[in-house]
Design a protein around this ligand. Structure first.
Ligand SMILES: [Zn+2]
Ligand SMILES: [Zn+2]
Length: 143
């Protein structure tokens, strides 16, 4: 049994410089639920003290580029980040309150990647956003 790699090891493995802020940030994104930048910044600050918003943006950019986190940006809502990467999952977004939840790819082996006509492209990702009302909002509307 080998211990799972620490966050610092993962950063190093991705060729990134390890800083307390980056470790706190990756941890916050993974434990959070599609957090936006403000929410991530406040969690990072809770752990490591003052970090500028600029530094948070830079770290998010570096971690996203390294594939450790994923940036999603539903139309009309601020960018959000998540730690679930590389599995081609999708999102369902509430039109009313903006809450975001994960939706696994349609059953089977990512059938959405099999486009009805690939136009000659080699496709490796399908970005699907389902829109609707979350349970709380639809209950509020019908009552
Ligand atoms: Zn809602
Ligand atoms: Zn997600």
């Amino acid at each position: 049994m080998t211990a799972p790699p620490s966050i610092a090891d993962e950063l190093r493995g991705a060729g990134l410089r390890v800083t307390a802020a980056r470790v706190a940030l990756l941890d916050a994104v993974r434990n959070g639920d599609h957090l936006d930048v403000e929410a991530i910044a406040s969690r990072v600050r809770d752990r490591v003290g003052h970090v500028s918003l600029q530094a948070v943006y830079e770290a998010l950019h570096a971690l996203t580029a390294a594939g450790l986190i994923r940036r999603i940006e539903p139309a009309g809502s601020p960018a959000r980040y998540e730690g679930r990467v590389m599995d081609n999952h999708h999102h369902v977004v509430c039109r009313s309150c903006g809450v975001v939840a994960d939706v696994d790819c349609a059953t089977g082996d990512a059938p959405c990647l099999t486009a009805s006509d690939d136009r000659g492209f080699s496709i490796d990702e399908a970005e699907v956003v389902y829109w609707g009302l979350c349970p709380d909002c639809s209950t509020a509307r019908s009552s």
